[in-house]
Design a protein. Structure first.
Length: 296
């Protein structure tokens, strides 16, 4: 079975679109999302472009701030503080990574974002709330993985989820979500990473294997138990002279080799990627409702 993130993302966005039109009428303004992009990382530019288009599709007001790499930390701080205070903005997203060599302290910048507008869920207070099972914003990619499995009714409770990758954006928060006391979670969770010994021995124990390590084709057939569910979070650009853009996108899983073994698998592109965008919109709507004290 192919877990089609494109289809699921579309259906979430259709639902959000009608909810947003009601909310906009009720509040007299649309939910607003500010996206800050510092520098010219091509992948980041592509992501930010996709986020903007998705906002336009569903009726979220998007405010884009594309600034040069040498914009500077002081001006970035002032921008974030201004967005914190703006009534028309419900969500603030600082696209990562910030460019290297310009003196930006990424952690410091993320901590400046008002936690009530932190639709990425990266602020330490929101990370803490996630791990405690308190209401907060779940980071969009982990949230998308959970929703995708839910939508395809993949059982998680009591099963062994092995996550390869310990990033702050995916691996760690996803582990926290799968550990929650909830029927869609309650998993046994193992997190492995680049320094883990006997990696394939561990990944072969997975009922659900999550690849989030950022290396093209890292997960090979010998690392997967036949019948496992495989979720590929990777989006890697690899050179392809035959492709019109000069590259193609591949995941962290060697799809051709692993797909025949898996009971279910996400493709790249068209798997987790579109889900991330849907959950960003969903978090923006959630923030809007919280700020208006609407029921949800
Ligand atoms: N860079 C890669 N993924 C993400 C994400 O989900 N949010 C932000 N802000 N930056 C990212």
């Amino acid at each position: 079975m192919i877990l089609d993130g494109q289809v699921v993302s579309q259906s979430i966005q259709t639902r959000l679109q009608s909810e947003i039109s009601e909310l906009t009428e009720r509040a007299g303004r649309a939910p607003g999302l500010a996206v800050i992009l510092v520098g010219e990382n091509p992948a980041s530019q592509a992501y930010v472009g996709m986020k903007k288009k998705a906002c336009e599709r569903v009726g979220v007001a998007s405010f884009e701030f594309r600034v040069d790499a040498d914009y500077g930390e002081d001006k970035l701080i002032a921008l974030i503080e201004n967005l914190n205070s703006r009534e028309d903005i419900d969500g603030i997203l600082l696209q990562l990574p910030l460019p290297l060599g310009y003196g930006y302290d990424e952690d410091k910048m993320l901590q400046l974002i008002d936690p009530s507008k932190d639709v990425d869920g990266f602020h330490p207070s929101n990370v803490g709330k996630l791990f405690l099972g308190l209401p907060t914003f779940w980071p969009c990619t982990p949230y998308g993985v959970i929703e995708l499995l839910k939508c395809y009714q993949i059982p998680v409770e009591g099963r062994h989820v092995v996550i390869v990758g310990r990033s702050h954006i995916v691996g760690k928060p996803l582990a926290g979500l799968f550990l929650q006391k909830a029927s869609w979670a309650n998993a046994t969770v193992t997190v492995c990473h680049s320094k883990s010994q006997n990696l394939s021995e561990i990944t072969k124990q997975a009922d659900i294997l999550i690849a989030a390590i950022g290396q093209p084709g890292f997960v090979t057939a010998d690392m997967v138990r036949p019948g496992a569910v495989v979720v590929d979070v990777g989006i890697n650009r690899v050179v392809d002279v035959e492709a019109s853009r000069g590259y193609r996108l591949v995941g962290d899983v060697n799809y051709e080799a692993v797909a025949p073994l898996a009971s279910a698998i996400t493709p790249v592109p068209g798997g987790v990627g579109p889900m991330t965008i849907a959950m960003l919109l969903s978090n923006t709507v959630l923030s809007f409702k919280r700020r208006h004290s609407y029921e949800f």
